[in-house]
Design a protein around this ligand. Structure first.
Ligand code: AP5
Ligand code: MG
Length: 191
């Protein structure tokens, strides 16, 4: 089973993907994590996208599709696409890449969370990381969060209607406790 977790910044995509990896042995493909890794390891691409990410804008389709292509070409199944696709061209590319592997998407689960809560979550994450002397994500601040939300509503949320029309869309209440969100996702996947 291959699924997309879709939702605004801070909705809990990474948290829930981590649980699915633990409990179902699925494979998490987070383009955000891949881009941050590229930045940490000082690759040319990582340096190139660092400013764009810090502002909260989307990096180019070409770069993120390239990252996903590389992972899928290594083979496997049971993928959780976390934070990908974020644009229609990315959605088309994903469909083609999966088709080339003789696979398809089985579900697109949307995590719904109110905007004020999203801002609160990412600002809290930054404050807590700072207090513990851990690295703070460059885009976890109120300013970048505005841009991240704009990018989501302008470029990514149209995908929800697109996947609904394809009969793949389901949604869960992302404001519930992590365990309850997990249970709702399980119900959506197993129905
Ligand atoms: P990315 O890394 O994908 O970030 P994001 O989607 O903007 O947001 P987060 O990762 O912060 O949110 P999340 O939904 O994973 O929530 P999490 O589980 O962490 O992208 C970063 C940047 O990379 C983009 O802005 C763009 O520049 C670039 N990029 C990435 N992919 C791209 C693409 N495909 N195309 C173009 N550019 C791309 O949870 C958030 C917080 O809430 C945590 O502290 C968590 O503990 C807490 N939390 C989680 N669930 C709950 C709950 N149920 N109740 C209370 N708290 C909760
Ligand atoms: Mg994430």
């Amino acid at each position: 089973m291959n699924i997309i977790l879709i939702g605004p910044p801070g909705a809990g995509k990474g948290t829930q993907a981590g649980i699915l990896v633990e409990e179902r042995g699925m494979v998490q493909l987070s383009t955000g994590d891949m881009l941050r890794e590229a930045k940490t390891s000082g690759t040319e691409m990582g340096n190139k996208v660092a400013d764009v990410m810090a502002r909260g804008e989307l990096v180019t389709d070409e770069i993120v599709i390239g990252l996903i292509r590389e992972k899928l070409e290594a083979g496997g199944t049971g993928f959780i696409f976390d934070g990908f696709p974020r644009t229609l061209p990315q959605a088309d590319a994903l469909e083609q890449l999966l088709a080339d592997m003789g696979q398809k998407l089985d579900a697109v689960v949307e995590l719904k969370v109110e905007d004020e809560i999203l801002v609160e979550r990412v600002v809290n994450r930054a404050t807590e990381a700072q207090a513990a002397g851990k690295p703070v994500r460059a885009d976890d601040n109120a300013d970048a969060m505005k841009t991240r939300l704009l990018a989501y509503y302008k470029q990514t949320s149209p995908l929800i209607g697109y996947y609904y029309a394809k009969g793949l869309h389901d949604y869960v209440d992302g404001m519930a406790d992590i365990a309850d969100v997990k249970a709702e996702i399980a119900a959506a996947l197993d129905d």
